[in-house]
Design a protein around this ligand. Structure first.
Ligand code: ADP
Length: 153
């Protein structure tokens, strides 16, 4: 059976931290779907279509990585696409507490989907999309924080 992982998130925008999680998850799965959750409560910086287009371009040459978006519960989306794994990154103890609750509840809702956590590399553990957006708002240079080939223009 094909090992499909869903990497859910807002990716507003996609950072080097996200890129590193994908890179390290590639040997573990046959396919990784980067799935942008359309969360109506979050105010986005980059419109959904722009985020999809940026991340698709970044993984153009990678047949194992696809980009999608969804509106339903994450475990329901996993069921629809036949994914048995949810991929998440952990940066801090705060991330762990937050993710623990989500993963445990997800497991109750769908015991067939396992959440797999990869610890952030130390150099990426302070990186988050919120900080990148803040730097962008004030016209700063975000190039150290986003993938080299991510076209945010
Ligand atoms: P969400 O809105 O679900 O938190 P994000 O786009 O912020 O979505 O993050 C998606 C996933 O990537 C989460 O599991 C998050 O913990 C992980 N992640 C974000 N930044 C990093 C980083 N710098 N290093 C490792 N994992 C990260």
């Amino acid at each position: 059976m094909e090992k499909i992982a869903v990497f859910p998130g807002s990716f507003d925008p996609f950072t080097r931290g996200h890129e590193n999680i994908i890179l390290r998850a590639l040997p573990l799965f046959d396919r990784i779907i980067i799935a942008i959750g359309e969360n109506s409560e979050k105010k986005n910086f980059f419109p959904l279509n722009k985020r999809i287009q940026m991340i698709r371009k970044l993984y153009e040459g990678h047949s194992k990585v696809t980009v999608d978006h969804y509106q339903e519960l994450t475990v329901e989306y996993c069921r629809q696409v036949g994914a048995r794994f949810l991929l998440r990154g952990l940066r801090t103890a705060a991330d762990f507490e937050f993710e623990r609750a989500i993963a445990q509840v997800n497991l109750m809702m769908n015991p067939e989907v396992e959440t797999i956590f990869l610890l952030s590399r130390p150099e990426y553990s302070s990186m988050n999309s919120t900080l990148v957006r803040e730097i962008l708002r004030y016209g700063g240079d975000v190039s150290p924080f986003i993938p080299e080939n991510l076209d945010i223009g």
